[in-house]
Design a protein around this ligand. Structure first.
Ligand code: HPA
Length: 278
């Protein structure tokens, strides 16, 4: 049994009701409020899941939650917390858990990925929500490297619709209905953990044409697309790289508070519609 098979069997066992879910949310910074607002029907701590390397990563708690969310009690799987390459994991290791979850729950056909990102587009403000229209993998690692399991997905997956056009259309409509401004742009993934130098900021913006930069999401989006799932990505702009100010982790986390209510409301409105299908 591969490490992914082992983790998949474990989470399937421990997530009572998980079969009912059609949507997996990978909740990053900015979705703390959302995670607090749902009452879990079951939850599994990452540390307990075999095969995902939980014990190798210091201080990174996280859990997989299954919940019925909102008035419609929509069944939903939520990854509260994720693994990053900057923790010292390879891209393959970092995505082992979402990969296992998708394997365990074949009925999950949509993955919503959220993150905190630095704003590169000068029109962006701190607290903006940005619909990810596309991504640039600037991490110089790809989670799909290595032997390919054809049962999981193709060797050379097409990623030209990595962030589903249909789901983006839906997100725009829901945001409009909720009176929430949604920016849209290209997310570039960097390895981290250092934030960007001035020269890198200039390159990411002016040569690569990216609108926001972060240290996650790219590997997860590749794995989900490879596995035939539709992906919706939303960044919360936690800091601006377009100003002379320095970037600190405190700033990134501190600004999450101001977006949590809005982000949570958007997601709560989106989830039942994603569940029903686009
Ligand atoms: N750079 C990279 N990753 C980030 C940033 C940033 O400015 N903000 C939040 N995640």
């Amino acid at each position: 049994m591969s490490l992914i098979d082992e983790a998949a069997a474990f989470v399937r066992d421990r997530s009572q009701g998980g079969d009912e879910a059609r949507v997996l949310v990978i909740a990053g910074s900015g979705l703390g409020g959302f995670v607090k607002g749902i009452s879990p029907a079951s939850e599994v701590s990452y540390h307990d899941i075999p095969g995902i390397g939980g014990s190798t990563v210091a201080g990174h708690a996280g859990k997989l939650v299954f919940a019925y969310c909102g008035d419609e009690r929509t069944p939903l799987l939520v990854m509260a917390g994720r693994r990053h390459l900057y923790e010292g994991l390879s891209a393959q290791e970092a995505v082992r858990l979402p990969q296992a979850i998708l394997q365990a729950f074949p009925a999950v056909n949509k993955v919503v990925i959220s993150n905190a990102a630095g704003g590169l587009n000068p029109k962006f403000a701190v607290g903006d929500l940005m619909l990810i229209s596309d991504q640039i993998n600037w991490m110089f690692q790809n989670p799909l490297v290595g032997p390919n399991d054809e049962a999981r997905g193709p060797r050379f997956p097409d990623v030209s619709d990595n962030y589903s056009k249909a789901l983006r259309g839906l997100a725009r409509q829901v945001a409009l209905d909720e009176g929430i401004t949604l920016r849209e742009g290209v997310y570039v993934g960097m390895h981290g953990p250092s934030y960007e130098t001035r020269a890198e900021v200039a390159m990411l913006r002016h040569l690569l044409g990216a609108d926001a930069v972060g240290m996650s999401t790219v590997p997860e989006a590749l794995v989900a697309t490879h596995a035939g799932r539709q992906v919706l990505g939303i960044s919360f702009i936690s800091n601006l790289l377009t100003t002379p100010a320095v970037t600190t982790h405190e700033e990134v986390m501190g600004n999450a508070a101001q977006v949590e209510e809005r982000f949570s409301r958007l997601l709560m409105a989106l989830i039942p519609q994603l569940h029903r299908g686009v």
